[in-house]
Ligand binder design. Structure first.
Ligand SMILES: Nc1ncnc2c1ncn2[C@@H]1O[C@H](COP(=O)(O)OP(=O)(O)O)[C@@H](O)[C@H]1O
Ligand SMILES: [Mg+2]
Length: 499
């Protein structure tokens, strides 16, 4: 029995792309980290296309042999037939099945059956697992293993051009060997690629509210925003974060509960299992980055084999490499909640960071904004909410200032000046945020910086009152007002995308 998601938000673009590709017979590779929503997307897609395009779904985690594969297909074909989408020919199926001896025969039979029944697409969810398992069996074992299975898939894709094959995978080294490398058998064997990103903050809030409505639980707006913020839009995190929220909690109690869960609860268990998937050197490198050691030269000095581990982490899509000049390279971990978990964990020889600090430095909208600025690849011209055009250049360094003089959400350093920013993730960005920004200018100047620009960044639109106040202030001190819209534009030119 397959379940379609009861609650499903957005993914409109992804769904319509899939529909277009299936219609064209295009082969597709779908990648995304665990919990981003690949499987849910397919369930929704299958439900939506109904009989328009008869298609089948294979959960490769449940397939161990070629026979399993055909049995799984049998169930799918019977379901499609009971819905009146296809005429299922059982005799044809049984005849083919009786002639299969090994997993290669089963793969051939599979595509023959798809063609015979007018199936337009087949989804292999977690394809790497299937390639590996079939690779360990006759006739692929000893003939190249998983690579040989992939080669055989290539031949099948060539032969059955009318059928879209959709491969889905969590990116791994193994996946890279087969799909990502020039010499990999399935390199460029698909004509389209879909990289599933987290949900936008807006859609995350919608998802949280829908789940709460369904469970008939009320949470304050504060907590809803907090969950959207620290989940980074990853649907699986939203669910786990909601599981530990209780009606009537205030934000402080909830924050303490999140910390508890990260240290010895549900979230801790999830991240322990996630970390376990990496090699020991990769684990060490991840810890070091999370605890603040982000420069390549430093990592290389303190961890043996870190260069290789970093390469493989980048390939897996877990870590981003930011090049700043010919000899300077930095690394960022994509998954922020995971980063915070690593940061606050005990690790001999490394700094332990408090949850409060990790929250400030690594998770949520504020740190995302800093990373978008930090990873800008070129100058970008944007028009702010007051209609003024300016150019934002890639900075040398970006950080949060915390010191004797106070705090500044964002200091972006350039050769001989800085840009300061106040970053806000609340629903209503009031005029006091502008005053705060003005104070930031003061702090930066007292620190000896020349402030070139001051920017207020709110995820949501500004109230009229704030806009009016900003106009008045700007006559003396020009400040920029940005929202999600400009950030989205900026993030097109940066390595970190605003989901
Ligand atoms: N678009 C979405 N709307 C609502 N919930 C979602 C959405 N995408 C994923 N989820 C939820 O998040 C969790 C993880 O999603 P899943 O599809 O299993 O991710 P993946 O297959 O990428 O590991 C699931 O429990 C699912 O219900
Ligand atoms: Mg999945």
């Amino acid at each position: 029995m397959r379940y379609s998601p009861e609650i499903f938000v957005d993914r409109e673009k992804e769904l319509s792309s899939l529909r277009k590709w299936v219609n064209e017979g295009t082969n597709v590779l779908v990648v995304g980290l665990r919990g981003y929503g690949k499987t849910s997307l397919f369930m929704k897609f299958l439900e939506e296309v109904g009989c328009d395009f008869p298609g089948v779904y294979i959960n490769c985690l449940t397939i161990y042999t070629g026979r399993d594969l055909l049995n799984s297909l049998l169930e799918e074909l019977e379901t499609l037939s009971s819905r009146g989408c296809i005429d299922f020919d059982r005799m044809f199926f049984d005849a083919l099945l009786s002639r299969t001896r090994d997993s290669r025969d089963c793969l051939n039979a599979l595509y023959k059956l798809l063609e015979k029944h007018g199936i337009r697409f087949i989804i292999f969810d977690e394809i790497s697992t299937l390639l590996r398992r079939l690779g360990a069996q006759k006739p692929f074992r000893g003939a190249g293993g998983a690579k040989a299975v992939a080669e055989h898939f290539k031949a099948l894709l060539d032969r059955y051009r009318g059928i879209s094959t959709i491969f889905a995978d969590t990116s791994t080294n193994f996946h890279y060997e087969l799909f990502g490398k020039y010499s990999g058998p399935l390199f460029r064997q698909y004509q389209a690629m879909l990289e599933l990103e987290p949900l936008s903050f807006g859609d995350s809030i919608e998802l949280i509210r829908e789940i709460l409505r369904k469970r008939n639980v009320g949470l304050s707006d504060n907590i809803v925003l907090y969950i959207a913020d620290i989940s980074g839009g990853v649907p699986a995190y939203i669910e786990m974060l909601l599981a530990i929220a209780e009606e009537g909690m205030d934000i402080r109690e909830y924050e303490a509960e999140v910390e508890r869960s990260l240290i010895l609860g549900l979230l801790n268990r999830y991240f322990e299992a996630l970390l376990d998937k990496f090699s020991w050197t990769e684990q060490e490198v991840l810890y070091a980055i999370a605890k603040g050691m982000t420069r390549f030269s430093e990592l290389q000095r303190s961890i043996a084999g870190s260069a290789q581990a970093l390469n493989s982490l980048v390939r897996k899509g877990v870590v981003i490499n930011v090049k700043k000049g010919p000899r300077e390279s930095y690394y960022l971990i994509k998954d922020k909640l995971f980063t915070a978990w690593l940061a606050i964990r005990e690790k001999p020889g490394m700094r332990k960071i408090s949850f409060k600090k990790a929250r400030m430095l690594t998770i949520g909208f504020e740190s995302l904004v800093r990373e978008i600025f930090f990873t800008l690849k070129e100058s970008v011209r944007i028009r702010d909410e007051l209609g003024r055009e300016i150019t934002i250049e890639p900075p040398k360094k970006v950080y949060r200032y915390e010191g004797a003089l106070g705090e500044i959400d964002m200091v972006a350093e350039y050769r001989d000046y800085v840009v300061v920013g106040e970053i806000y993730f609340g629903l209503k960005c009031g005029r006091e945020k502008i005053n705060q920004l003005l104070r930031h200018i003061g702090i930066a100047e007292r620190l000896g910086y020349k402030v070139r620009q001051a920017i207020l960044i709110s995820y949501f639109d500004y109230p009229e009152e704030t806009i009016g106040y900003a106009r008045k202030i700007s006559e003396e001190t020009p400040i920029l007002l940005l929202t999600e819209k400009q950030l989205r534009e900026l993030s097109k030119y940066s390595l970190v995308r605003l989901p």
